[in-house]
Ligand binder design. Structure first.
Ligand code: UTP
Length: 294
């Protein structure tokens, strides 16, 4: 049976972003820019490219600027127009009310809880989840690759990424079954395994297409690693109830929830941009030559 199309994406953006303090004291982590586009804009662009129509943002206090980012900026647009200035830099930043839904997660009880806050909007359709601080860079984009695979295999599909074994304790980790090209069967999932206990080095880098049944499991509000309601635990409860695969994404991933990954993303994108690449390369070479190795 053909699976229903993926039409909705949830963007959990209610986290406190403590690894980026003081930058994230008043500015949401998701609005930090990589070169000149905020992280959340890349995430929404990725969803739009995958054919997703409805963007559901799970926000919290202090995150109102995300809603403003996707609204009409009347004063800015009118002033720029009156000055005869081009507005192309704002392309993709206006979401119409029917395409953007904002829901408050009143307390940051965990990623699983944030997803559960979208239950009424999701209804009985498969849906995507995109963590904006995990920046996936590629063409076609990560969610497009996942939607294409999901049309073929249905069920639950999560992005899978190989990392060095010593990094696994910071992530959800896959216990892998049979591999078939880019697809790996998911036999088990464990959130933040203690060092030395991870079942593999395949982690979950923040892209999911899940069956709506996950909401019923999240309804139980069971706490997992770190005392938080974990999405990984709810997904693990669905293993054995139909297809469940990991898809290896062809492209680059930058962990922009960490300072190193964020700086790396800025450098990598600036080195690619036709309007900046030549200058950036010189600057990077000069900096490397002038800075003694740590
Ligand atoms: P993180 O674990 O990266 O937490 O959350 P964080 O608060 O964003 O950042 P740090 O670790 O304090 O620096 C993973 C994703 O889940 C969302 C976050 O916004 C992020 O997209 N999240 C997490 C919620 O929406 N609600 C929560 O209760 C927890």
């Amino acid at each position: 049976m053909k699976s229903k199309a993926v039409r909705k994406a949830v963007f959990p953006v209610a986290g406190l972003g403590t690894r980026f303090l003081p930058a994230t004291k008043a500015v949401p982590k998701e609005l930090l820019p990589v070169v000149d586009r905020p992280l959340i804009q890349y995430a929404v662009d990725e969803a739009l490219e995958a054919g997703i129509e409805t963007m559901i943002f799970i926000t919290g206090r202090g995150k109102n600027a995300i809603e403003d980012h996707f609204d009409v900026a009347y004063e800015l647009e009118a002033t720029q127009k009156a000055r005869g200035k081009d507005l192309s830099a704002l392309e993709g930043t206006r979401l119409t009310p029917g395409n953007a839904i904002f829901i408050r997660q009143q307390e940051p009880l965990g990623l699983g809880h944030a997803i559960w806050c979208a239950r009424d909007v999701i209804g009985d359709e498969p849906f995507a989840i995109i963590l904006p601080d995990e920046f996936m860079h590629g063409s076609p984009g990560c969610m497009r690759q996942m939607v294409d695979a999901h049309e073929q295999i249905g069920g639950n599909l999560i992005c899978a990424l190989e990392v060095p074994m010593e990094q696994t304790s910071s992530y959800g980790v896959i216990d892998p079954g049979a591999r078939n090209g880019a697809l790996t069967e998911v036999k088990g999932l464990v959130e933040k395994p203690a060092p030395g206990t991870a079942p593999s080095n395949l982690i979950l880098p923040g892209r999911y297409i899940l069956r709506p049944e996950v909401m019923t499991i999240l309804e139980r509000q069971e706490k997992g690693a770190g005392g938080e309601i974990q999405l990984t635990d709810a997904m693990a409860a669905m293993i054995g109830q139909g297809a469940f695969h990991g898809l290896t994404f062809t492209g680059q991933r930058f962990d922009c929830g960490s300072k190193i990954g964020y700086v790396e993303a800025n450098l990598a994108l600036a080195l690619e941009r036709p309007d900046m690449a030549a200058d950036m390369r010189k600057i990077a070479e000069n900096l490397l030559a002038a800075t003694p190795a740590a």
